[in-house]
Design a protein around this ligand. Structure first.
Ligand code: SF4
Ligand code: SF4
Length: 446
């Protein structure tokens, strides 16, 4: 039995393939000549477009204004001219408006020393407003606007502030590198958020396959005398899924359909902590992020800091291109990511990885009938019965699928990974959820 904590139900141990990039320092990606910036890069209302064709924009200018309470500002990652506003498809299948900018003019920060600001004299309201202004969203994949997450509703308090540094998806190492290369900045980002939340306890959860990061952060915390605990966790997928991480660290279970705050927890990803630091100390909005570009078909797998709006093609070129024809390109990790069919797809605030996988890395087999082996059931970290829910969706029995817990599925893909019949369970659940959301919108007259 492992000496490290973990979540109790289900979970799997896929090969992690992290060795290709975990020791590679983050490099700057090539600057794009044309940036495609989607106006919806977060959960919630799309941003309202503030520019039109022909406008000249400065780097870091707000081009999309937060479109509602749960929404986020979007800034131009480059200086230039707006060529057009067009519809594009994101990897998750959503059609969104995007601003296309041709690079022209001066970059604000390139080649200049950073002007560091002191946030300690700012009020909590000023800090919150700055986080909102800078368009920060959760960078672990959920892309929930950070200023909304950090505004505690009346009567609620944060007992445990959890920093999600688990990065349990195979191949991905961007969070790992951020911790190793920007440890002090991440810790200052955490301190800024501690000011807003006043948690009783702050814990950084890291899987025990990143002990170099555990040791580094621990020594920085001791040196700076911070009130932050670093907790190594057992290596088990999906340890980084919000509810599993909360269970592993606090032992508490977030009830079905409820938010972590129900059990006194607020979560933030490591990349988000770095963005908070950059917003408050460097006065810098989210215009770039670290992306792991990896997979057997990539010549030189790397971690790249890329401007938002840079195409996947450009990042793959920075890695020397393909060493062989990939069978599949994925945005994100192989378990929860989405297949991409267009290399002009742009990097967004939520792009943690770009994977180009070979046939050896993909179990491409035709689905066969269910063998009733139960492996999907025993691997599910949410205690669901995936085969049963899949059958309900297949027979269009959405009410029954809902009752069986479809909405509790975190789409971790553990069941699909374990299924010997290669049934596309998680794709079925995503499709089922879409149908249910459409039905309820229709019912509400939207
Ligand atoms: S994808 Fe959903 S049903 Fe399948 S194991 Fe993960 S949580 Fe369970
Ligand atoms: S793992 Fe696949 S074959 Fe086994 S019970 Fe689940 S759906 Fe059926």
């Amino acid at each position: 039995m492992s000496r490290f904590k973990t979540f109790p139900k289900g979970g799997i141990h896929p090969t992690d393939y992290k060795e290709a990039t975990c020791n590679k320092e983050v490099q700057n990606a090539s600057l794009t000549s044309t940036a495609i910036i989607p106006l919806s890069q977060h959960i919630g209302a799309p941003s309202e477009c503030l520019v039109q064709k022909g406008d000249l924009v400065e780097e870091e200018q707000i081009i999309g204004k937060s479109g509602g309470f749960v929404s986020a500002n979007i800034h131009s990652p480059v200086p230039g001219e707006v060529l057009e506003i067009k519809k594009i498809f994101l990897p998750n299948g959503m059609a969104v408006d995007a601003v296309v900018i041709e690079v022209k003019g001066e970059f604000k920060r390139l080649g200049k020393d950073a002007d560091l600001r002191d946030w300690s004299g700012m009020s909590n309201e000023e800090i919150s407003a700055k986080i909102a202004e800078m368009g920060i969203v959760g960078q672990g994949g959920a892309t929930f606007p950070t200023h909304v997450k950090l505004s505690l509703p009346k009567g609620k308090s944060c007992e445990t502030f959890i920093i999600n540094a688990v990065e349990c998806e195979p191949y991905l190492t961007s969070d790992h590198r951020i911790m190793l290369e920007k440890g002090s900045e991440v810790l200052e980002g955490i301190q800024i958020m501690q000011r807003l939340l006043s948690p009783l306890k702050t814990v950084i959860g890291i899987e025990a396959n990143k002990m170099d990061a555990v040791e580094l952060l621990q020594s920085l915390i001791t040196e700076k005398g911070l009130d932050i605990e670093v907790m190594p966790l057992e290596v088990k997928y999906p340890q980084g899924a919000e509810k599993n991480l909360i269970k592993a660290i606090t032992g508490r279970e977030v009830p079905s359909g409820k938010l972590p705050l129900e059990v006194g927890v607020i979560n933030a990803n490591v990349g988000t902590c770095l963005s908070v630091y950059e917003a408050l100390v460097l006065d810098k909005p989210v215009i770039e992020r670290v992306v792991t570009v990896s997979g057997g078909a990539i010549k030189n797998p790397s971690n790249l800091k890329a401007r938002i709006g840079t195409s996947f093609r450009s990042l793959i070129d920075d890695c020397g291109g393909f060493s062989e024809e990939p069978v599949k390109i994925i945005a994100g990790g192989p378990m929860m990511g989405f297949a991409v069919y267009d290399l002009d797809t742009p990097v967004t605030k939520g792009t943690s990885g770009i994977l180009a996988l070979t046939s050896k890395e993909i179990k491409a087999a035709k689905p066969t009938p269910c063998l009733s082996c139960g492996r999907c059931v025993s691997s599910c970290p949410m205690g669901l019965n995936p085969t049963k829910i899949f059958k309900y969706i297949d027979f269009n029995m959405t009410e029954e699928a809902l009752e069986a817990g479809l909405m509790d599925c975190v789409e971790c893909g553990s069941c699909s990974y374990m299924c010997p019949a290669h049934i596309p369970l998680v794709q079925g659940f995503r499709g089922g959820k879409k149908i249910i959301r459409k039905k309820s919108m229709k019912k509400a007259g939207q």
